[in-house]
Design a protein around this ligand. Structure first.
Ligand SMILES: Nc1ncnc2c1ncn2[C@@H]1O[C@H](COP(=O)(O)OP(=O)(O)OP(=O)(O)O)[C@@H](O)[C@H]1O
Length: 326
C-alpha cells in the first residue's frame, strides 16, 4: 500500500468481519513488500505501534524486531505488559531496553517543560538509533502512522513517527495502518487479539509521565505520579468509566503542604486529578463524576501513595487550562 490517499470507496472498518478482511489483505501485501528481509519497529505499547507489531508478527514472525524503550516515564505495568503480550504470548523478537537511569539522569534538575520534552525526545532517538546500529541486515522500519498523521502533514510526505533518525539509518518504511482512523485501528487491534486495555488505551503524551511530574523530575515524586495514576485508572475501570471518560490522569506539582498522617504532622505533596471529555482535543470539559467515587479515590491515594497528604481535583475546562499541565 503505497498511496497516502484513502480511496473514497474504502469502507470504514467497524466490525470484526471488516477487520478480518483488512488483516488478510495486509498480510498478503506485507509479505509481498518484505519478502525474507528484516523489519525494525519501535514498540511503545500504545495502540498504533502495538497493532502494527501484531500484524507484522502474523505476517513475517521473527523477521520483525521490536524495540521497547523503558525510559522510566511509562505508566505502572506498561513495560511488563509489552513483554507479556509480545514476547510471552506472541513469541515476538523483542528487545527490551532498560534506559530508566539514562533518562532520569539526563532530566535531573531540569524544570523547564520544553527542555524536558526536548531531552526526552532526543534521548529516545539516541537509544533507538543505538539499538538499530547493533543490528544487522535491517531493510525496513515499520511505523504506526495513522491517517490523521498523514492528513496533518498535508498528505504529501508521510508523517515520521520516529523522526530524527540519523542519515545512515534511513530505512524503507512499512506503514500498514496509515490509511486507518484511530477507531478502525482499535477494531483491527481487537481482531488481532490484543488486550482491551491496550486497544482502548486513552491518549498518552509522548514524554509520558515526565510532563505530569511538574518541574524538575525526582524519582520519588515520579513514583507518586505513577502510583496515583494506577489507582485512578483502577477505580475508573471498576466504575465502568474506562473508554467513557476521554482522558484522566494525575499530576504531582513540586510543592508541599502541611497535613496529618497517623496522628503526626506531615509535610507532603498534593496529587492533582484531571478527568476531561473532548471531541477534538481543541476544547475540553471536565467530566461530571459521582462524588462518592471521588471521595473513595481521594481516600485511596492519601493512604496508599507515599509522600502524599492531599488530593485536589482540577475543575478547569479547556480553555482556559490545557488538558495536560505542562
Ligand atoms: N517507549 C517507547 N519504546 C519504543 N517505541 C516508542 C516508545 N515511545 C514511543 N515510541 C515510538 O514512537 C512512536 C510515536 O510515539 P507517540 O508517543 O507519539 O505515540 P503514538 O503516535 O500515539 O503511537 P502509539 O499508539 O504506538 O504509542 C510510537 O508509535 C512508537 O513507534
Amino acid at each position: 500500500m503505497s498511496s497516502n490517499v484513502r480511496p473514497a470507496t474504502m469502507e470504514r472498518i467497524t466490525t470484526p468481519a471488516l477487520a478480518e478482511s483488512f488483516i488478510d489483505q495486509q498480510l498478503a501485501e506485507l509479505r509481498q513488500q518484505i519478502g525474507d528481509k528484516k523489519v525494525l519497529l519501535a514498540l511503545s505499547g500504545g495502540v498504533d505501534s502495538s497493532v502494527v507489531a501484531a500484524l507484522l508478527i502474523k505476517a513475517i514472525g521473527k523477521q520483525l524486531i521490536c524495540v521497547h524503550v523503558n525510559h522510566g516515564l511509562l505508566r505502572k505495568g506498561e513495560p511488563e505488559q509489552v513483554i507479556e503480550v509480545f514476547q510471552n504470548q506472541m513469541d515476538a523478537n523483542l528487545i527490551y531496553v532498560d534506559a530508566v537511569d539514562r533518562f532520569l539522569d539526563k532530566l535531573a534538575g531540569i524544570s523547564d517543560p520544553e527542555q524536558k520534552r526536548k531531552i526526552i525526545g532526543k534521548e529516545f532517538i539516541d537509544v533507538f538509533a543505538e539499538e538499530a546500529q547493533k543490528l544487522e541486515g535491517i531493510s525496513f522500519l515499520a511505523q504506526g502512522t495513522i491517517y490523521p498523521d498523514i492528513l496533518e502533514s498535508d498528505g504529501i510526505k508521510s508523517h515520521h513517527n520516529v523522526g530524527g533518525l540519523p542519515e545512515d539509518l534511513q530505512f524503507e518504511l512499512v506503514e500498514p495502518v496509515k490509511l486507518l482512523y484511530k477507531d478502525e485501528v482499535r477494531v483491527v487491534g481487537k481482531a488481532l487479539g490484543l488486550p482491551d486495555n491496550m486497544v482502548y488505551r486513552q491518549p498518552f503524551p509522548g514524554p509520558g509521565l515526565g510532563v505530569r511530574c511538574i518541574g524538575a523530575i525526582t524519582r520519588d515524586r515520579l513514583e507518586a505520579v505513577r502510583e496515583s495514576d494506577a489507582i485512578l485508572r483502577e477505580e475508573f475501570a471498576k466504575n465502568g468509566l474506562e473508554g467513557k471518560v476521554w482522558q484522566y490522569f494525575t499530576v504531582v506539582p513540586d510543592i508541599k503542604s502541611t497535613g496529618i498522617i497517623d496522628g503526626k504532622r506531615s509535610f507532603d505533596w498534593p496529587v492533582i486529578i484531571r478527568a476531561v471529555n473532548t471531541v477534538d482535543a481543541v476544547t475540553a470539559e471536565v467530566a461530571q463524576l459521582d462524588f462518592g467515587m471521588m471521595q473513595h479515590i481521594v481516600d485511596r491515594i492519601t493512604h496508599e501513595v507515599s509522600g502524599v497528604n492531599r488530593v485536589l481535583w482540577d475543575l478547569t475546562p479547556k480553555p482556559t487550562g490545557t488538558i495536560e499541565w505542562e
